[in-house]
Each structure stands twice: as structure tokens, then as C-alpha cells.
Design a binder for this molecule. Structure first.
Ligand code: ADP
Length: 256
């Protein structure tokens, strides 16, 4: 199944080149009778400066697609282009470098280092890469995620929501071209989840960031500008300006 969905205009100023383009991406796990076709020729564009959610029933290929888009897994066929760089076909070393320099990640597990303070955790990727800290940008990120009075705390002294905000600030501070978020609110209660989603959206609207988020939660998806729906390894539908209701209805119709 092949489907092509052009990117919608982002909320901010229109920018021509998409942040990420997948063309006819396929992914097969295993071989012979045991082969699982997790992605079947997915073509999709993700606009720069937009917040896009990827949804679909369990097993539809959401995680596989995210991993292929972010260079965390290889594709079986097709191309993935990040900005001006084709990432499919890059060797391990160049891929690792590209991920480190150009992509930010937020996972369900916060993955913070327990012995470091919030500020040290946020700055660690920049330090590991030998890059200078842009203090004005750091301050802007800290204000958007609301962590100003928690910077000296260690993860164990922070709530789950605060820890995920630290993880988001860590992803934002190096100004990656794209942030991939994999079920970022999966470990949070609904209030903390709403806070995290609120500032992910603010980082797109106010700071021009690009976010691609995998989620199974219609409320989380409603924070995005656009939702693309997968079923059986193919993109089958999309919604612009989603609400929890429109997302839930579409999901139900896909699960039938
Ligand atoms: P989702 O994230 O939508 O739940 P996944 O991308 O995890 O879906 O999985 C898509 C399909 O690929 C499923 O049928 C799943 O069982 C299969 N799959 C995912 N990862 C592997 C793997 N490492 N080996 C074999 N099959 C896999």
C-alpha cells in the first residue's frame, strides 16, 4: 500500500523544505514464512516548524516508522531524507554523528542521569559534543519548560512531570532540526502529561521547533498540528488541527 500526504502549512511562517521526507519506505523483519512487513512503502513529509503526531492501532508500525525516520533502525527499501541529508545508506559512524548533532529524542522513560542536577542533565549532550552553551537560548528553553527553580535538583527530587520536562529541555537545548518523541507522556498522570504536551506545543509555536511524536493517546495527539494514521504498515489517513474527538473517531474507524 502506498500513500502520499503532502505536509500542511505549519502554524508559523511557511517554509518550503520539509524537515523529514520518507519515500516508499519499507521494513521487513525476519524472512520467508516468518517475514513481518512492518512498513509497506510509506511516503510522507513532515513540515518544518510543525508538530506532527503518528497514530494507529497497536502493531500498525508506529515505532518502526519513527525508528526508521530517526536513523535508529535501517530500512528494507526506500529513502529517508533529513533536511538536505539522506540518512538511509549512511554507515553507523556517520549516522551516530548525524543523530547526535541534528536530532533530539524524548522517550517514555526519562533517561536522566541520577547523580547530575537538572541543569547538568540538560547541558550534558552539548558538553559531550564539545559545543558551547548559548545562554540566551538555554534561558528561553528553561522558561518555556518552567524549570527555573528546579535547576539545582537531582532527578530523585523531581516529580515525573518535572523529570520529563528536564528530558525535553535536554532535547531542545542543542537546537536539533527535529525532535522525535516516543510516547512522551506514557509514564505521566494526565495533569503532568498536559503540561509536557503544552510546552512541546509551545516549543513549536514560539520557538519554531519541529516535533514528530508517536502516541496511542488521542488527547496527546490533539496537541499536534497534524495527525497521520498508520494501519498495517501504511499511512491511511490524516487530520489537520485535530481534537481528541476527531482523533478518537478516526482511530475507531481504523480499528474496525
Ligand atoms: P506499533 O508501534 O504501531 O505498535 P511496531 O512498529 O512496534 O507497531 O510493530 C509493527 C509490526 O512489526 C508488528 O507486527 C510487530 O510485531 C512487528 N515487529 C516490530 N519490531 C519487530 C522485531 N524487532 N522483530 C520482528 N517483528 C517486529
Amino acid at each position: 500500500m502506498t500513500s502520499t500526504y503532502a505536509s500542511p502549512p505549519a502554524g508559523g511562517p511557511a517554509v518550503a523544505t520539509p524537515a523529514v521526507v520518507a519515500t516508499e519506505v519499507s521494513k521487513v523483519y525476519g524472512s520467508g514464512d516468518a517475514a513481518v512487513h512492518a512498513l509497506r512503502g510509506v511516503s510522507v513529509e513532515f513540515a518544518r516548524g510543525a508538530f506532527t503526531a503518528i497514530m494507529g492501532p497497536s502493531g500498525s508500525g508506529k515505532s518502526t516508522l519513527m525508528h526508521c525516520l530517526a536513523g535508529l533502525d535501517t530500512v528494507s527499501g526506500g529513502r529517508v531524507v533529513l533536511g538536505d541529508a539522506e540518512i538511509t545508506g549512511l554507515g553507523d559512524k556517520r549516522l551516530t554523528l548525524l543523530r547526535r548533532e541534528r536530532i533530539g529524542f524524548v522517550f517514555q522513560a526519562f533517561n536522566l542521569l541520577p547523580t547530575l542536577t537538572a541543569e547538568q542533565n540538560i547541558l550534558l549532550p552539548l558538553q559531550l559534543a564539545g559545543r558551547k552553551v548559548d545562554r540566551a537560548w538555554f534561558d528561553q528553553v528553561i522558561d518555556v519548560v518552567g524549570l527555573r527553580d528546579r535547576l539545582g535538583h537531582r532527578p530523585s527530587e523531581l516529580s515525573g512531570g518535572q523529570q520529563q520536562r528536564v528530558a525535553c529541555a535536554r532535547a531542545l537545548v542543542s537546537r536539533p532540526e527535529v525532535i522525535f518523541a516516543d510516547e512522551p507522556t506514557g509514564n505521566l498522570d494526565s495533569r503532568a502529561g498536559a503540561e509536557v504536551l503544552g510546552f512541546l506545543r509551545s516549543s513549536v509555536r514560539e520557538m519554531g521547533r519541529t516535533i514528530i511524536m508517536v502516541t496511542h493517546d488521542p488527547v496527546a495527539a490533539s496537541y499536534a498540528d497534524r495527525v497521520v494514521f498508520l494501519r498495517d504498515g501504511g499511512i491511511v489517513s490524516e487530520i489537520l488541527e485535530p481534537t481528541p474527538g476527531t482523533v478518537l473517531d478516526r482511530l475507531k474507524s481504523l480499528e474496525r
